[in-house]
Design a protein around this ligand. Structure first.
Ligand code: URA
Length: 216
């Protein structure tokens, strides 16, 4: 797997990341969702640079111009519910993409241990397509890997791009072991560790709750 840590270089992306982390800003859930969406737009633009292109011709009112355009069939898949703002950001740029949705949640066995439960999966055929798999918080990596395994039953994609906002080092190592070698990870920030409940430290808290409110 190749990791593209886009936040490692100075850019406006880090302004968006700083705002979603900042507890004095993140109470504004509209701004939180919009910043995640903006991060999706930036990461989507960055990954567009490695897609396949072919030459095409565009007819203007005054003449013709040749231009290289992406050729891939893209399926954009997100994990409900925290993935929705990131999904929207990516969809703003990949507006012709097909869409897939998976529900994955942590079912706690006790205070510290949990299993990932996938109960809903809606996807088009994935065979030979370019799969963009969006998950804002790459903590343990287990929901991403379990989602990938569930999606494989619906076809084997040609290539996979994983898009995350914040990831932990341990989560990145875990997904590296389970995704094909040619997978690319596009990420805005990498944090060092997880707490004993599997949250990224310093991270930002619960991305789903910050976007949509707390749940039972
Ligand atoms: N999901 C979140 O929303 N936050 C984390 O830190 C880890 C998983």
């Amino acid at each position: 797997m190749t990791v593209y840590n886009i936040g490692a270089k100075n850019s406006l992306l880090n302004k968006f990341v700083s705002e979603i982390r900042d507890e004095s800003v993140q109470q504004d859930s509209l701004r939180f969702r919009r910043n995640i969406e903006r991060i999706g737009e930036v990461l989507g633009y960055e990954l567009s640079k490695v897609l396949s292109y072919s030459s095409s011709e565009v007819k203007t009112p005054l003449g013709n111009k040749s231009i290289n355009l992406p050729t891939e069939d893209i399926v954009l898949c997100s994990i409900l519910r925290a993935g929705l703002p990131l999904h929207n950001g990516l969809l703003n740029y990949y507006d012709k993409a097909e869409n897939a949705f998976v529900s994955a949640y942590r079912k706690h066995i006790n205070e510290k241990e949990f299993e990932i439960k996938i109960e809903y999966l809606a996807t088009p055929d994935l065979h030979g397509k370019t799969l963009l798999l969006a998950d804002p918080m790459l903590a343990t990596g287990r929901s991403l890997v379990d989602t990938y395994k569930a999606l494989l039953k619906k076809g084997v994609p040609k290539e996979i791009h994983i898009i995350c906002v914040i990831g932990s080092e341990i989560g990145i190592e875990y997904i590296k072991k389970h995704f094909p070698e040619n997978t690319k990870l596009w990420i805005a920030a990498i944090d060092e560790k997880l707490n004993d409940k599997g949250y990224i430290i310093p991270g930002l808290g619960d991305a789903g709750d910050l976007s949509y409110g707390s749940k039972l």
